[in-house]
Design a protein around this ligand. Structure first.
Ligand SMILES: [Zn+2]
Length: 264
């Protein structure tokens, strides 16, 4: 009898967590942000996710029925106030060569991703992010070969902290990177990513005028359809590996883990 009571208690507890999650998160989508898809090779551990862990994360989301959509599609749905439940986007910052390690699993699952390119680093072929060792960057031919999975977005020309730049320099960073990428890929570049997640003054006006439809930050949150959505400050979630996650990281993303655990 006692066992039965415990069992009923456990079932009620799980059910109430699920119902709470369902009603709280059912109209939310999320954008994932990654930097390096490689085994740790020095510097900030938190910027690495190993190819094995990345594959497990993607397979888990696929298994739970989440649909990976392009940023174009997400922006369209947000503008049209269409349903966004159980959808997500994947983004990679800077354009490191090791995101090739993500290509096969994304292709196999039918997932798409946006790679925000740091123009100068891609031209030079390598880049040392602050507190990180120098890393090889993707080259343009790599991206053209993998265009069935990876879309390109702008991450500025020189990756500065744009919140402290003069307006002319901000306009240069957003417009020259867009123009160069469009000339290279013969495709309209519609999505921007703030270096270090730092938003600059008059961001909406400048990005809209330059022809961008969205911009992503490093603010950790879901995208909620009910909000007055700012398409030029979309939040993203950094799904780190448990070994590089602090308690603070865990608490910051607690609601994300709860949402995907419940599959809502
Ligand atoms: Zn960056």
């Amino acid at each position: 009898m006692k066992t039965l009571k415990v069992l009923i208690g456990v079932i009620m507890f799980i059910l109430s967590i699920y119902l709470f999650s369902y009603f709280r998160y059912k109209d939310t989508a999320f954008i994932l942000v990654y930097h390096r898809i490689d085994k740790y090779s020095g510097g900030l551990r938190s910027l690495y996710v190993s190819p094995e862990v990345f594959e497990k994360q993607m397979k888990y989301l696929h298994f739970r029925g989440y649909k990976c959509i392009s940023l174009d599609e997400l922006v369209r749905r947000l503008k049209d106030k269409e349903k966004i439940n159980k959808v997500f986007c994947i983004t990679f910052d800077d354009g490191y060569a090791d995101i090739k390690n993500a290509y096969e699993v994304l292709k196999k699952l039918g997932f798409k991703a946006t790679v925000y390119l740091h123009m100068e680093a891609v031209k030079i072929g390598e880049y040392a992010y602050p507190h990180m060792p120098s890393a090889k960057m993707l080259n343009i031919d790599d991206l053209k070969e993998m265009k069935d999975v990876f879309y390109v977005g702008s991450h500025s020309v020189s990756h500065p902290d744009m919140s402290v730049l003069e307006k002319n320099d901000v306009v240069y960073e957003v417009s020259v990177s867009k123009r160069e990428l469009e000339n290279t890929f013969h495709k309209e570049i519609k999505h921007f990513c703030y270096p270090y997640g730092k938003v600059f003054k008059d961001y909406q006006q400048i990005l809209q005028y330059s022809g961008y439809e969205s911009a992503v930050t490093l603010k950790s949150d879901f995208i909620k359809l009910t909000d007055e959505i700012d398409l030029y400050q979309l939040p993203r979630i950094e799904w780190k590996h448990i070994s590089s996650m602090s308690i603070k990281d865990f608490l910051k993303n607690f609601e994300f883990y709860l949402k995907i655990l419940c599959g809502v």
